[in-house]
Design a protein around this ligand. Sequence first.
Ligand SMILES: *[C@@H]1O[C@H](CO)[C@@H](O)[C@H](O)[C@H]1NC(C)=O
Ligand SMILES: *[C@@H]1O[C@H](CO)[C@@H](O)[C@H](O)[C@H]1NC(C)=O
Length: 587
Amino acid sequence: MFGRGDHISLNLSEDKVPLKKKPLKLRRQWNQLSKCQKTLIYMSSLILFVTMFYLISMEPKEAVISVDTTLRNSEKNTLGNIRNDPRDVVENGVELNNDNQVLEDPEGANMNNKVDNEQVVEPPKNIITFPDPTTLRQKAVVKAFKHAWKGYRQFAWGHDHLKPISEGYHDWFGLGLTIIDSLDTMYIMNLKDEYNEARNWVEKHLNFDINRDVNLFEITIRVLGGLLSIYHFTKDEVYLKKATDLADRLLPCFESESGIPYSDINLFTRKAHAPKWSPDSSTSEVTTIQLEFRYLSWLTENPKYENVVTKVSQLVHRLEKTDGLVPIFINANTGQFRVYSTITLGARGDSYYEYLLKQWIQSDKTLEYLKNDYVESISGVEKHLAKRTVPNGFLFVGELLGGAKDFKPKMDHLTCYLPGTLALGVHNGLPDSHMKLAEDLMTTCYQTYAQQPTFLAPEITYFNIQGENSNDIYVKSNDAHNLLRPEFLESLWYMYQLTGNTTYQDWGWQIFQGFENYTRVVNGYTSIGNVKNTANVRPKDMMESFFLSETLKYLYLLFSDDPKLLDIDKFVINTEAHPFPIGKANL
Ligand SMILES: *[C@@H]1O[C@H](CO)[C@@H](O)[C@H](O)[C@H]1NC(C)=O
Ligand SMILES: *[C@@H]1O[C@H](CO)[C@@H](O)[C@H](O)[C@H]1NC(C)=O
């Protein structure tokens, strides 16, 4: 403080010197003017003063709010974008106004001071904004999000996951996973304060120079995917810079003999290796990074990211399969599948099939070989994996063990992403028969929820196919946990968007009630150990980042009365619910 005081007194004494002379000189000149000249000067000063006062009082107040941290760089000066329709202001107003009352004022009475603004500046077309929630169900989901976020913010800020019961945190990569995974969810929900705080954390604290092993697939879908999708919405360069830094650190994974990536890498030393527990990589992991790396190549105009992942897709394309179905392990050195490993559309297989379709869509349908592999694999599913239960004939997708020999009537909850993907394919011109398969699987997945007293599905369900049991569905106690997973909600959203059938919304609402009743705790939401007993759900004290990234996002989208709130003709959505643009022309 004393330093600053010194400075001021020094300045003052310097300024005094010229100040003494000036008034004398001015007064002498003034006295030499005629009376008429003096009057003229008085009058013009008065007019100038009145005009300035008028202009200042007319300045619209809201236009000044526009400068915030979200949109930096060149986007800042576009935020004076103010139009006559109050909804426009809200929809384009991620930065404009934090006051919900504007929306609840349909007459626009509060908006008068904005409406008069003449200086309408169109925002760059490529910034994407979202309206406030419109339905009660959406508002309930926003409330749930805020509840989860509050606990995370209070007890786990900057860490990967919240442990809501012990009021602690869990670090897996040590990269603030929940923050990065939640950015686009908050942006879609129009939660400005929360979003801005998270965005500033990314700018100031997200640092990849850490001496820790991370899983290539997980960090790609959550962190690279999360950064790229929020970049797509906001065009905030902070995200692209971080995403590029991360991807550069991941590239050494692909320096294996075959080009199939190793599963893990140290972000600091940039040394890649196979997982500790196995010499192989998971098939779904090496084939579920392509959307992200390709999009980054488009953005940076540097093909190196797309090149390494395309090579993986092409290599897997050439391998021998069982009617398009793939074993779940592949070796990075030999580039071959592990021969006797399981075939499943659940864990370690699932998103291989998903990204076949979505890469084709992302590429404006130019990567034909991937679409062909996808269509063949769905035939494979129908031929080998799809079976019906006794007595009610529910269709499910089971697994093949030991190199396609033994059928196991078991389905992971993860597999419930499939009907949504099938419907997306039909929407893009693939065989209509896939829609019937999708609808039947929806019914079965719904049953895995509805038959539990908590209305929550277990991680794994078994099915009765030979009448050895009186129920269609049964759950082993080791499989009865629920990790707050999103896959069925994801499918509900696709099915709702594509059919307009509101039954899918109602199903989602029932499941949301299940989460509210049995997983909500004082400081957030928790995975539970047992969906079969409402009196003892055995809370597991863990809130995964995908609950905020995917589960709540899909619920929010599902409950919109605008099925195209996030239009699947414009966006392709990665396996962690992060939307990217379709086609290189729509960056
Ligand atoms: C909506 O979906 C449900 C569940 O599959 C089905 O029972 C119902 O017939 C469908 N409604 C319409 C109008 O198609
Ligand atoms: C959840 O709680 C609501 C409100 O108490 C109730 O209407 C609903 O039936 C409950 N659902 C389940 C699955 O327990």
